[in-house]
Design a protein around this ligand. Structure first.
Ligand code: ZN
Length: 348
């Protein structure tokens, strides 16, 4: 799939998986952009703290939509596709979890992730957990399969508008208790219109991080700072918490990353790619008091001469680089973000 032409992409007719290698070509200009701007910034041996793996069989997808390029999104594909634009700087290990979307066969996807994590010494997995799951079953499966923690997602909240779900609706108390008992990692993508600027989200994070001090909470996407102001406005509310962390995944503007670095320093931010989103030509953009996702298949890009949409994984690294430059981070700080913060959290 490492095509070098500019053939246009079309949306898959199936709603899932949203990413097919055959429809998301990586171009020479993506590689050139990475080499020119990011090769001197990305740390060798990076650890990817946020990557999704799944098999095509886990999806409710029309097989007619797939070409022979569209194999399982497994650990090998993660390494291969990421190396097509990062070259030898592609992350060596990662923290993997399934695709947390209700039509996906979550049990099979969890098994798939556990197997992938076992096959690679420095990589680990999180178990996708739903609020309706049985707590004892989840805890024994985490132990048996060697998961290092839990991934939750708002689409499993029992409501018609999951984008407005309170954290408690998809991260149940028993999941915190399990994480607290074994010092596990919880990756949480908060929602509601104002994300971290939402007082109910702030209170839930504060209360639970204080109650479950042995659990480590990782707020995905810079606390869903797709609108940078939400993280900038909300981050002071988390001051003093010593078990809250943030990943950089799919954040393509520096503001939210800078807010985290200013509030907490360089030990709480973890590089994450959000693979396979990182291999898609898209980006999130703050728009007023909200955000919008730009996609590469918008025909208006065809006539635009002042820039071209690149992979979200590249735009996200550019945002991290901007934040690091503007805050004068040193090499040790940047190494922490790419490698050591995640490994310390995993006690590797
Ligand atoms: Zn993700």
């Amino acid at each position: 799939m490492s095509s070098t032409d500019d053939r246009s992409t079309t949306q898959p007719s199936s709603p899932l998986p949203g990413y097919l290698p055959s429809r998301n070509p990586i171009l020479d200009r993506d590689r050139e952009l990475f080499d020119r701007t990011l090769r001197s910034f990305v740390v060798p041996g990076a650890f990817d703290a946020h990557a999704h793996l799944y098999a095509m069989d886990h999806l409710q997808i029309d097989r007619a939509d797939l070409t022979e390029e569209d194999g399982d999104i497994d650990r090998q594909t993660w390494a291969q596709i990421t190396s097509w634009w990062m070259g030898d700087l592609a992350p060596r290990d990662g923290l993997f979890f399934g695709l947390p979307i209700p039509p996906v066969d979550i049990d099979a996807n969890n098994d798939f992730v556990a197997r992938a994590a076992r096959q690679a010494g420095g990589s680990h997995g999180l178990m996708v957990v739903r609020p309706g799951d049985d707590a004892a079953t989840v805890e024994s499966r985490i132990r048996a399969d060697g998961f290092r923690g839990i991934k939750v997602y708002h689409l499993f909240a029992d409501r018609a508008d999951p984008g407005n779900a309170a954290i408690e609706e998809f991260l149940p108390e028993w999941a915190w208790e399990i994480a607290d008992r074994s010092g596990l990692w919880i990756t949480l993508h908060i929602v509601r219109a104002h994300a971290l600027a939402d007082p109910a989200n702030q209170k839930s994070i504060r209360d639970h991080c204080r109650r479950y001090r042995n659990a480590n909470l990782v707020l995905a996407h810079a606390a869903r700072g797709f609108c940078a102001d939400h993280t900038i406005d909300g981050i002071p509310a988390l001051a003093g918490l010593d078990n809250v962390y943030f990943d950089t995944s799919a954040i393509t503007e520096p503001g939210a990353l800078m807010a985290i670095l200013k509030q907490f320093g360089p030990r709480r931010l973890l590089y994450g790619s959000d693979y396979p989103i990182s291999a898609m030509r898209c980006r999130s953009t703050s728009v007023g008091d909200g955000f919008f996702w730009l996609h590469g298949d918008d025909p208006r890009w065809n006539d635009w001469t002042m820039g071209a949409l690149t992979l979200s994984g590249i735009d996200s690294l550019l945002a991290l680089r901007q934040a690091a430059r503007l805050l004068d981070l040193n090499d040790t700080d940047v190494e922490r973000i790419f490698v050591h913060n995640a490994k310390d959290l995993l006690r590797d």
